[in-house]
Design a protein around this ligand. Structure first.
Ligand code: ZN
Length: 427
């Protein structure tokens, strides 16, 4: 039996609240950064989340902020013993980011709660609406801060991680008025989550290319980061013959292009060097040291391991070519996350029920769903990103597409709520 909510697909009759919400958050941004920047734990992030919390309260949710800044709003269900259906995303952005990444999922989740209230629909399960703290990461190098804390993975090692100035993640969180020492209180119990559903912009070009309005995500990428330190020899740029140099800059250039070549040869694999620095600022001196930092991503862990092997080989070849020696250090490898197949089928059915053929696709971007999948079945709904652009000021999703996504999210909440206990999902 499919339950639906009356009105214009159940959403705000003029979609005015969603549009106004997108505009409102787009007004709370750091004037010193390009785009729509609400960087985690910044003044703007704190102000944005205060507004989100107020919207949750206005929607009738019992709202609180946890010890690391995640905003949580609860709509109680009719069965107090039933685990929660959790909907949400994040309202922080990367520096120089766009207006839709994360925000669409937070506002969409609140609109689901609003639609349920408007129609007088009482769910069996509790509905928990979440704006996760600092999904995008920080100079301390920790992503998914809020969802990690909820899933129990934000330990002393990560809270003690430092930026270039020695500021720890705990300092950063405390500076925004939260209490990182109480991080254990953020943790949700196993069995507390019936399902996690996240609406998000695709951030890539697949849906647009296929002319599709809704995507259901199969897996979220695995990521392997690395640092490559190249050691050459400082010499005079005018007198040392080309065939006797040990030029760290040239080895680093080869190593950058090797990332591109190896990643481009695989299906669904990508590789990026984000930074390249050298010790020598002079043109009349051969570089002695170079450091590059980068990453590979793939939907499969075995492929990620193979990329690591190929890259180590390419670096050894570059060293031989340039008479350099390099240290290749792999950071933590995040394995890919396979989202819940049965729940994703339910969501694809919800999309069909409201008129959308869902395309199944892989996410090359990471999401809070990775952490939430540790607590229960997780699924994601994607809506198109214009030209596949994201993490840039040009990021855009049409309001119609946002509405379609929210409509699917609402239907998915209703459909998951209606699943009989024991039918593959926790009751
Ligand atoms: Zn995001």
């Amino acid at each position: 039996m499919t339950r639906t909510v009356v009105g214009r697909g159940g959403l705000d009759p003029e979609a005015s609240w969603l549009a106004a919400g997108l505009d409102h958050l787009a007004g709370i941004v750091d004037p010193d950064l390009p785009g729509w920047s609400r960087v985690g734990f910044s003044e703007q992030d704190v102000a944005g989340r205060a507004w989100v919390a107020a919207q949750m309260r206005e929607a009738g949710l019992e709202t609180h902020v946890d010890a690391v800044g995640t905003v949580i709003g609860v709509l109680p269900g009719s069965s107090p013993s039933a685990p929660a259906i959790v909907v949400g995303s994040h309202s922080d952005t990367v520096p120089g980011g766009g207006r839709f990444d994360g925000v669409v999922g937070v506002l969409g989740a609140i609109e689901v709660a609003r639609a349920l209230r408007r129609s007088g629909t009482r769910l069996t399960h509790e509905l928990r609406v979440v704006d996760f703290a600092n999904e995008e990461g920080n100079p301390q190098g920790v992503k998914l801060v809020g969802s990690r804390a909820i899933a129990g993975g934000l330990g002393p090692d990560l809270l003690g991680a430092t930026d270039d100035t020695g500021t720890t993640l705990a300092d950063l969180i405390a500076g925004a008025g939260h209490d990182p020492a109480a991080v254990a209180s953020c943790r949700w119990r196993p069995g507390e989550v019936a399902a996690y559903l996240e609406l998000h912009v695709e951030q890539g070009p697949v849906l647009e290319q296929q002319g599709a309005s809704i995507g259901v995500v199969t897996r979220v990428c695995g990521i392997s980061t690395f640092v490559l330190d190249v050691h050459g020899r400082r010499d005079h740029a005018g007198t040392m013959p080309m065939d006797r140099r040990s030029d760290a800059m040239c080895c680093a250039a080869d190593a950058v292009l090797a990332v591109q070549r190896i990643a481009a040869a695989g299906a669904d694999t990508v590789g990026t060097v984000g930074a390249l620095t050298t010790t020598s600022p002079l043109t009349n001196t051969i570089s002695e040291q170079a450091r590059l930092t980068g990453e590979f991503r793939s939907p499969r862990l075995d492929v990620l391991r193979e990329l690591q092997r190929q890259y180590a080989e390419a670096v050894a070849q570059a060293d031989a070519r340039h008479r350099t020696t390099s240290d290749l250090t792999w950071g933590h490898t995040d394995p890919p996350t396979v989202l819940d197949a049965a729940l994703s089928d339910v969501v694809a059915g919800s999309a069909a029920a409201v008129g959308h053929d869902a395309v199944r696709l892989y996410s090359g971007a990471t999401h809070d769903s990775v952490e939430m999948a540790r607590l229960g079945p997780a699924a994601m709904v994607f809506v198109p990103s214009r030209d596949g652009r994201s993490h840039c000021p040009q990021e855009w999703t049409d309001l119609d597409d946002v509405e379609h996504g929210v409509r699917v999210l609402l239907q998915a909440v209703l459909d998951v709520d209606a699943l009989p206990a024991g039918a593959g999902r926790p009751g």
